[in-house]
Design a protein around this ligand. Structure first.
Ligand SMILES: [Zn+2]
Length: 393
């Protein structure tokens, strides 16, 4: 099988020809990849495919090109003009920094001044915005917006008896969501779905079935593809069968086709802690903020990565996807989080999201993930979230 090739350049004409051919057979590739897996008797691929037309290997993908693609020149609708912001937003057009008194903030922007209430063990300040309710929990990173969990970079705290939230979180986490008008923040309807892992990198193991994460991520992508195509998306996969694809090549694929959105699909593992369960959705950490999750060497919060050009869109999309996934499946809500270490997000030149759609190390989650009906529900949730406007808004 062929893997995407990095470092290979094609003549423009050749590339366009390739791209046209690739676009026209794109629909077949998904089904054909499944055919390969099934035809070769892949033990691990729980793919249910009804129409197998032609056997195709993984596509060879050229390196990124500065040339506009046919999708960009002919098919991409421009972003709709921004809707007029809510009136209260004009009061927020000041840079926030340091710790901000939540009640003073409410006063400044003209929303009701929140009372403090105990919810379980949490002291909560509930701010009523025209677009939803924001619950800030004192001492905890997890806030709640529109009934979904959202990780703040700094845990709100009491300063001189007043509940305070950090200005960086107001600026980079709260305002992008509070002012979201529901438009899909994507420049075109070309999406790359990235089934995590593959080939010699199987990912986590399902403790209920013994099967691998790479199988479930591919199955989920194959279920999602036709749902998105029905909504007018042009859909590409970074792999369509059980092959190795490097992390950098996954990004190169998105570059090569001029994708407007990148979505990486994963299932989680808690390293032996069987109690952790639920869905987490990740996007890139904005410059200056600490991440919710750090792996490898200590991170440098001042670094500016190419994907940081899409911080607002990243967060809005991550929240939109996360809310749809949690609402449809009833999964434990582990929140929208930010991280810098994920290679498939760092170097993206487009909004990019990574979903951890449940814990393979948790028995309840593992059994659900093994169920085709549950994986279909996950796919439907993502497709709903990427419709415009999403249901319920
Ligand atoms: Zn994974």
């Amino acid at each position: 099988m062929n893997e995407p090739v990095a470092g290979k350049s094609l003549e423009p004409l050749c590339y366009l020809r390739w791209l046209r051919r690739f676009s026209t057979v794109a629909t077949q590739i998904t089904a054909c990849a499944a055919a390969i897996a099934l035809g070769l008797g892949c033990r691990h691929t729980p793919v249910r495919v009804t129409a197998l037309r032609q056997v195709q290997p993984c596509p060879i993908v050229p390196v990124a090109t500065a040339e506009p693609t046919p999708h960009q020149t002919n098919q991409e609708p421009a972003l709709p003009p921004a809707a007029a912001p809510p009136q209260w937003v004009s009061a927020t057009n000041v840079p926030y920094d340091g710790w901000i008194d939540v009640r003073q903030w409410a006063r400044d922007i003209g929303i009701p001044i929140p009372a403090l209430a105990m919810t379980g063990t949490n002291c909560v300040a509930s701010l009523k915005f025209p677009t939803g309710t924001l619950d800030i929990r004192l001492g905890r990173h997890q806030a709640r917006w529109q009934q979904c969990e959202l990780w703040l970079a700094h845990a709100p705290l009491f300063i001189r008896g007043q509940p305070c939230v950090h200005g960086q979180d107001i600026q980079s986490t709260l305002l992008p969501l509070l002012t979201d008008n529901g438009e899909l923040p994507v420049t075109n309807r070309v999406i790359v779905l990235d089934p995590g892992h593959g080939g010699s990198n199987p990912g986590a193991r399902n403790i209920a079935t013994g099967r691998w994460e790479k199988e479930y991520t591919l199955d989920l992508a194959l279920r999602l593809k036709p749902l998105l195509e029905d909504q007018g998306w042009m859909v590409f996969l970074t792999r369509t069968n059980d092959c190795d694809v490097t992390l950098s090549n996954r990004v190169a694929i998105a570059d090569a086709i001029g994708a407007g959105l990148f979505l990486s699909l994963h299932f989680n593992d808690a390293n032996g802690r069987a109690t952790e369960s639920g869905i987490e959705t990740y996007c890139m950490t904005p410059p200056g903020l600490p991440s919710a999750l750090v792996r490898g060497p200590p991170e440098n919060p001042s670094v500016v990565l190419s994907n940081n050009a899409h911080d607002t869109a990243n967060l809005r999309l991550a929240f939109r996807l996360h809310r749809a996934l949690v609402n449809r499946t009833g999964a434990v809500d582990r929140g929208v989080r930010r991280a810098r270490f994920m290679a498939v997000l760092r170097n993206q030149s487009r909004p990019a999201i990574l979903v951890e759609a449940g814990y393979l190390s948790n028995l309840r989650d593992a059994r659900l993930i093994a169920s085709p009906e549950h994986r279909q529900a996950l796919a439907l949730a993502i497709a709903d979230a990427l419709s415009s406007p999403p249901p319920g808004l």
